[in-house]
Design a protein around this ligand. Sequence first.
Ligand code: I3S
Length: 130
Amino acid sequence: ASPEMLHNVSNLEKAGILNKTKISENGKKVRKNWGQSWTVLHGGVLTFHKDPKSTPGGTSSKTNQIVPEFTVDLKGATIGWAAKEKSSKKNVLELKSRAGTEFLIQYDTDSIITDWHKVITDTIRQLDMD
Ligand code: I3S
């Protein structure tokens, strides 16, 4: 592989803290449940980890922070800025999996959310070419 390719692969890996909620599953609306997640993009899959605060009895033991809660295969997924009606929060992205599960992803800091928007968009594009 060329150095450019190796560089691009590393550009499609990212991890950080985001706020997220599922809003629909298999096309059916579900109740929002906003929470913070350690979020990891790796190998075309986005993984939201459990909010340690939501684990009964588990304040923030290190192991609780790495329990996956949702994974989203970005192949065939779509991402875009959510319409105003979707949330009262600022900087909200809407991510829809090919299977029809929708998430909202949010972070107050513009640069953080725009970085995620870019890397998820680029990953989806890359996977479309496979
Ligand atoms: O789209 P909604 O139903 O107005 O979303 C809000 C609710 O989920 C609310 O909780 P309740 O289910 O107890 O009403 C949440 O606390 C809000 O954060 C949700 O709206 P935002 O605008 O924050 O996405």
